[in-house]
Design a protein around this ligand. Structure first.
Ligand SMILES: [Zn+2]
Length: 228
């Protein structure tokens, strides 16, 4: 349960309930007023426990993180234009981003996406992870909604896309600043794609598409490669 947006409540007065229940997958934000909502339970300090360094939660402006509102609009557009594939796309994307931090990282190894989420969390302290991760969740959902065959990547039946094909799309849509990170054997996207099951990355000849994708990712330069 969330408290409704105070600006919406002020405008509509008594016609708005004191608490609202969010639909499944709905974000605790008011898009119209570009702000986060506050959970009902968040405002109840547990007995003997202080509220923490930030004091009672308040609605926070999303103006410093416009990518969250852009993602909300993109999801609406996908729902209109990719009605057949959006649900499966959202589910797969949500699973990937919600499990992202559970993948082991080597000591001192940075991850561009985790760094991005950390920066966003600093701008929006105490905002739920689901909101912090939303732009990347929607970026991956866009990959799957537009290219639903990529959902088959980990199953790798004949004719299914290869892990390299998926990684290239993911790097493009995430606007990943260091695509080479996707080739780490323990990277969430590499693992999701089942790429770690493959033998050493050797190809018979230099014209194999996967080989050029691998080389471009490794060189952190995917721009010259067109998506199919
Ligand atoms: Zn509002």
């Amino acid at each position: 349960m969330m408290r409704p947006c105070t600006l919406c409540a002020a405008r509509r007065g008594a016609r708005i309930p004191a608490l609202v229940r969010l639909d499944h997958g709905e974000l605790p934000i008011c898009v119209q007023h570009r702000r986060t909502l506050v959970g009902f339970r968040d405002e109840q300090p547990r007995r003997g426990r202080p509220l923490g360094p930030f004091g009672p939660p308040t609605e926070q402006s999303l103006d410093a993180t416009p990518e969250i509102l852009t993602a909300v609009r993109r999801r609406r557009a996908l729902r209109r234009r990719r009605r057949a594939t959006i649900d499966a796309a959202m589910e797969a994307a949500g699973q990937i981003t919600s499990g992202w931090r559970n993948w082991p990282r080597r000591r001192g190894e940075s991850d561009a996406i985790t760094t991005r989420w950390g920066g966003r969390s600093e701008l929006l302290p105490r905002v739920v992870e689901q909101v912090i991760r939303y732009p990347e969740t929607i970026a991956l959902a866009t990959v799957f909604a537009r290219h639903p065959q990529l959902l088959n990547t980990p199953r790798a039946a004949t004719g299914d896309p290869t892990p390299m094909m998926f990684l290239l799309h993911a790097a493009h849509y995430l606007q990943h600043p260091e695509p080479g990170q996707l080739l780490r054997r323990h990277h969430p996207l590499f693992r999701w794609a089942g790429a770690d099951d493959l033998p050493n990355w050797r190809w018979r000849n230099s014209s194999e598409p996967d080989r050029s994708i691998h080389a471009a990712l490794r060189a952190d330069n995917i721009e010259p490669l067109r998506l199919r």
